[in-house]
Design a protein around this ligand. Structure first.
Ligand code: NAG
Length: 182
């Protein structure tokens, strides 16, 4: 009697573990694959990959991107507002952007969250950023059964604005003023 109760309890526990999605946690391979796919969306965007990587209700928060879209300052994009409020919004913005270099430098992950430290080898200044991806389990998604539903990412937007020629670094401004006074 005791034995069979214990055996049943064991079977119930095993059945719970076997249900897809219950207690599903990211593996190292899956975390690295999502980090790589996100990099590809920045460096070689495709809608197919966006659909395989991002959840339809995807939300992206980044004061750095908002600041970049404003070219500095705080308008027209509110600095602390959502950067992209859906996958469709991300897709239409990415499709119209030139691709930029993107290399994954470090990946750390836990059950459902991935932290990526990345480098965009731009010129003249490199840009380092850190992005945190929250993921949701989606058993039918191939090849990785997880989708990113939230991103919080920040990076060196001052260097990015300098690379775009929008921001003049203080050191260069000073030289200009000295040249002007002489
Ligand atoms: C991506 O998903 C959208 C729906 O969210 C769909 O309209 C579109 O055709 C898909 N694109 C590709 C290339 O799979």
């Amino acid at each position: 009697m005791h034995f069979s109760t214990m055996k049943n309890a064991g079977l119930v526990a095993m059945a719970a573990l076997a249900i897809p999605g219950v207690n599903a946690c990211l593996s190292e391979y899956q975390a690295n694959a999502l980090a790589t796919n996100f990099g590809k969306l920045v460096s070689a965007y495709s809608q197919k990959l966006a659909n395989q990587t991002l959840a339809p209700g995807f939300i992206d928060y980044s004061e750095s991107v908002n600041s970049l879209m404003d070219g500095g300052g705080s308008a027209p994009v509110a600095l602390l507002g959502e950067t992209f409020s859906s996958r469709a919004a991300f897709e239409s913005a990415s499709a119209s952007q030139p691709s930029v270099p993107f290399a994954v430098e470090n990946v750390w992950f836990n059950c459902d969250t991935i932290t990526v430290r990345w480098k965009s080898a731009q010129s003249p200044q490199p840009v380092i950023g850190i992005s945190v991806f929250h993921t949701v389990y989606k058993w039918a998604n191939k090849p990785v059964p997880f989708l990113i539903d939230e991103i919080w990412g920040e990076f060196d937007s001052a260097s990015w604005l300098e690379n775009l020629g929008i921001l003049v670094p203080a050191s260069k401004k000073q030289k200009r003023e000295i040249a002007f006074e002489a």
